[in-house]
Design a protein. Sequence first.
Length: 240
Amino acid sequence: MAAALSDDDIVSTYTEEATDDDGDAGDIINSAKKMRASSLLYEKVKVFSDGKCAEEEAVKYNNFKWTCRKINDTEQGTKKYYKCSFKRGSNCPAKIYLLFHASNFEVTLFQAIIQHDHTTESQQTGIPIEVKNVIIELFQNGYTTQKSILYELDKLKIMQPKASQISSFLVTLRKKLYGPAQISLNYIKNWCIEKSIIPNDPDECFVANYYIKDDDADPLFRLFVTTKNLMKNCLNSNHV
């Protein structure tokens, strides 16, 4: 970093408008998103002769871990912004950006004039684990819709997540409990093989036989599911 800085070495920039987005924090934000002016100033640190070297240096600059968060096209060139990501969920204010000059092949690294802060963490945006456990219990007790779960959480005086968060969590929960909403014949075949092992429990179901016709024009499958006790009762019955 230069010991003395001229006016040309100090630049102001723009920062992304804060949004209420539950998406992946690692996603690169397109420059078309709404921007607002910021008082954050940047100082020129280093000039590179090519972009590859600049990007390799940026992700490990000053022995910190930096993650690209935004790409913005300007008259001066393309600006690629990074934030310090020393820890998952961190909210360190330190930022840098690379300027890929439009007039030549040089790339300049700029650093925000702000100190790192590794003591604070961003506010949790997902559903807290304690609330998830309550939702799972409610689901198992028959409250299977977003509206009914919100109503029960309100009765229990428990913090209510966003309706969209509950809906998303219910999709994941149903898939975990019941499997995918759509299944293939190959999935059924693997399930039959897995369930073909005869259990020790006489009342536990198993697949005694199955038939699968994997034909695009006329797909077909048949399952024969039974238990030891059912088989025993059939042997002792005159009519089945």
